[in-house]
Design a protein around this ligand. Structure first.
Ligand code: ADP
Ligand code: MG
Length: 229
């Protein structure tokens, strides 16, 4: 419980987030400006400069993209959906990426109805973020276990990998905007996912052991007596 409380307290205000975004975008913009200035003064841009400029632009695009997910106006359309179907769509979508990295998805879905009220694209984004982290945690490949269970009035989804795990001193920073341990990470995936799950009145809990793996559990309120697609 304390952990859950701590996580929701950590959800920063829009203002703090905006300052973070501005900061993160200003760095690549400064680099881009520097190169363009060089080109203007001496016309000396070469292929490696162009490559760097493209990767800086990609980074800006990635950061802006993650925030658009939160800002989309249609994002407030909640409909009845069965979590198993939403997750199944995501698994099919990520199948080739998983295959490419020698990752196997092993799923155990309950036979019981798992209908919830959700904004489908946002919920899909959460599962994509979590599954991508699982894939990225296993550079040599491995198994990702995905389970969906009914627990009383809730639907519990867990995504468990056999990856590198999260060191204890790092775990409290996971979910802070822009906190990443990856060279090309944005450090936005968990924060965005946490916000989406919060807006669905759900909770998210991360358990991890170094070199054993990480398990992320998402719990969402079930829709009683509903038949969802
Ligand atoms: P990013 O993936 O861009 O780094 P995230 O917010 O998705 O940003 O994750 C933040 C950090 O949390 C990651 O850089 C990684 O250190 C850690 N992390 C998240 N999920 C996992 C996982 N399944 N296994 C190991 N580390 C993880
Ligand atoms: Mg991520």
């Amino acid at each position: 419980m304390e952990e859950l409380l701590r996580r929701s307290e950590k959800l920063t205000t829009v203002g703090q987030l905006a300052a973070g975004v501005a900061h993160e975008i200003r760095n690549p913009l400064t680099t881009l400006r520097g190169f363009l200035q060089l080109q203007q003064q001496s016309g000396s841009l070469n292929q490696s400069h162009v490559k760097l400029m493209l990767s800086e632009l990609d980074r800006i695009n990635l950061i802006v993209g993650e925030f658009l997910i939160l800002a989309k106006p249609q994002a407030t359309k909640f409909v009845a959906k069965d979590v198993r179907n939403v997750l199944q769509d995501v698994l099919v979508f990520l199948d080739s990426e998983a295959h490419l990295h020698n990752i196997v998805f092993r799923q155990v879905f309950t036979e019981e109805d798992c209908s919830i009220s959700c904004e489908e694209n946002q919920l899909k984004q959460v599962f994509i973020n979590l599954l991508k982290n699982a894939i990225e945690a296993m550079p040599g490949g491995g198994v990702v276990h995905i389970s969906v269970q009914r627990k009383g009035g809730s639907v519990a989804i867990s995504i468990t990998d056999e990856g590198i795990g999260i060191p204890e001193d790092m775990i409290s920073k996971i979910g802070d905007p822009f906190f990443t341990a990856k060279e090309t990470g944005t450090g936005l995936g968990i924060m965005v996912s946490q916000r989406i799950i919060n807006s669905h009145q759900g909770t998210m809990d991360i358990q991890s052991q170094v070199n054993i793996g990480t398990s992320v559990k998402v719990t969402l309120p079930a829709l009683r007596d509903a038949v969802a697609g």
